[in-house]
Design a protein around this ligand. Structure first.
Ligand SMILES: [Zn+2]
Length: 296
């Protein structure tokens, strides 16, 4: 499942092709993904210019020149790829390039942009992704975006803010960090990584890194810095992998990371000087990886 850094990497990969381009045609090859495509989406998007490609949490936001925004979520297995070149080369070249995956191409943006003609293709074998369309001014009211907390990379996320949210909370720190109302777009992998960096045990109560008066402790400050760092590092890693992908087949999907603690059960802890072994526990039905020695 793509997490925020993957979605941001996809956004950065698509932006040069999509921003400023005209949608010659939006082609939907089925009626639904996880949900039906919005009524009349093809007609609404066709002929419009894309003014910006943004992101909120794990949602891509395609801003059109009529004040509407297409919201795109990648679900479990969604990915985009870019094919450049004249449509007349298609479908021959298309078949050649795409082989078996073509049947999962569900939405195709036929674009005419600053760099010529291209197609941005949404592929999703499991179809847990979806698209919606909203007026830009009402985007925060959309059911998927409503009530989301601040972005983990933005200035809104501070130790003081999170201390206010965590004050008096007895729920495990990990669950509090996964709560999208506290921070938007932070998922299982990066919560594990951030807690490891901050040397905090995932099962401790959220309120234990807040003072009685609701101020952040040093541990909270370290945690917030760790969250920013793990996300920034992953986006940076995504950028490197993006360059490799674009040079090969134009696909913008997932990339391999080397995690410090996630998925490293029974392997030595990577904290310098720590002799611990990474453990796995299950919290709220999801695997948590942590070091019982240096995470307290
Ligand atoms: Zn350790």
């Amino acid at each position: 499942m793509p997490e925020l850094p993957e979605v941001e990497t996809v956004r950065r990969g698509l932006a040069p092709t999509m921003e400023g381009a005209r949608i010659v045609r939006l082609e939907l090859r089925r009626k639904d993904l996880r949900f039906p495509f919005p009524e009349g989406l093809e007609a609404r998007a066709t002929g419009r210019n894309i003014v910006a490609l943004g992101r909120r949490a794990k949602y891509l936001l395609i801003d059109l020149d009529d004040g509407t925004t297409i919201i795109s979520h990648l679900g479990m297995s969604g990915s985009f790829r870019i094919e450049a070149g004249p449509v007349s080369d298609w479908p021959g070249e298309f078949h050649h390039l795409q082989s078996k995956d073509e049947k999962h191409d569900h939405a195709i943006f036929h674009l005419e942009g600053p760099h010529g003609i291209s197609r941005v293709i949404y592929n999703d074998p499991r179809r847990f992704g979806f698209m919606d369309v909203v007026h830009r001014s009402e985007i925060d009211l959309n059911p998927f975006l409503f009530g989301l907390g601040p972005e983990p990379t933005g200035n809104e996320l501070s130790a003081a803010y999170l201390a206010e949210r965590f004050m008096g909370k007895t729920q495990p720190l990990k669950s509090a960090l996964l709560d999208q109302k506290n921070i938007a777009g932070l998922g299982n992998i990066y919560v594990c990584e951030a807690l490891w960096r901050a040397h905090l045990r995932p099962a401790r109560a959220a309120a234990t890194i807040v003072t009685k008066t609701g101020k952040p402790t040093k541990q909270m400050e370290l945690l917030v810095a760790s969250i920013r760092d793990v996300i920034a590092d992953a986006i940076k890693a995504g950028g490197s992998s993006l360059r490799d992908h674009i040079q090969t087949d134009g696909s913008l999907g997932y990339f391999q990371h080397s995690f410090s603690v996630y998925d490293r059960e029974s392997l030595p802890c990577r904290t310098p000087g720590c002799s611990g072994t990474v453990a796995r526990i299950v919290q709220a039905g999801r695997s948590t990886f942590y070091c019982p020695v240096c995470q307290k």
